[in-house]
Design a protein around this ligand. Structure first.
Ligand code: ZN
Length: 177
């Protein structure tokens, strides 16, 4: 098992909504393992599949007590407001104070196909919202106010972003697509 390069700002895969996982099988388990390895290697606290170029609706996270895989996640309820300094592995080295709902009720599936349900807030709730955004093709840049966003985009444009042209990760082999 090894880690994969994380796609960064400018890569169109990050602006594309991922599609539902239709069958939770061995390939999805392999993908989840790769995502967990990649998240820890970064290191980060969450990673969505499209951040390694796979357009499937699943994310992994670790809020400090071990890795968790969530497949086909859905936020069914959110409440309140919380401001927290948020960064992203796909926008390395930058972070912003971002206000989002605080309490989150999330539903999804685990690797065994069992439905999971989590009601949480603050840090874990923030991870859920951040990863859901990724799966919907939304980067945290879009959550900034217009002035912050302009400044961030200017900064990011100056970076030399190398966009993968084909599938250097060979994930099409793993995932059969
Ligand atoms: Zn992110």
């Amino acid at each position: 098992m090894s880690s994969l390069p994380i796609r960064v700002y400018g890569d169109p895969v990050l602006n594309t909504a991922a599609s539902e996982v239709e069958e939770i099988d061995g390939r999805i388990a392999q993908l989840a393992d790769l995502m967990i390895e990649t998240m820890y290697a970064a290191p980060g606290v969450g990673l969505a599949a499209n951040q390694i170029g796979v357009q499937k609706r699943l994310f992994v996270y670790d809020k400090g007590d071990g890795p968790v895989v969530v497949i086909n996640p859905l936020i069914v309820e959110s409440e309140g407001e919380w401001t927290y300094e948020e960064g992203c592995l796909s926008v390395p080295g930058l972070s912003w104070e971002i206000t989002r709902p605080n309490a989150i009720h999330l539903k999804g599936y685990d690797l065994d196909g069992n439905e999971i349900e989590v009601e949480t807030d603050e840090f874990e709730g923030r991870i859920f919202q951040h990863e859901m955004d990724h799966l919907n093709g939304v980067l945290l840049i879009e959550r900034l106010d217009p002035d912050q966003r302009r400044a961030a985009k200017k900064l990011l444009r100056q970076r030399n972003v190398e966009i993968a042209r084909s599938d250097p990760d060979g994930l099409h082999l793993l995932l059969g697509e």
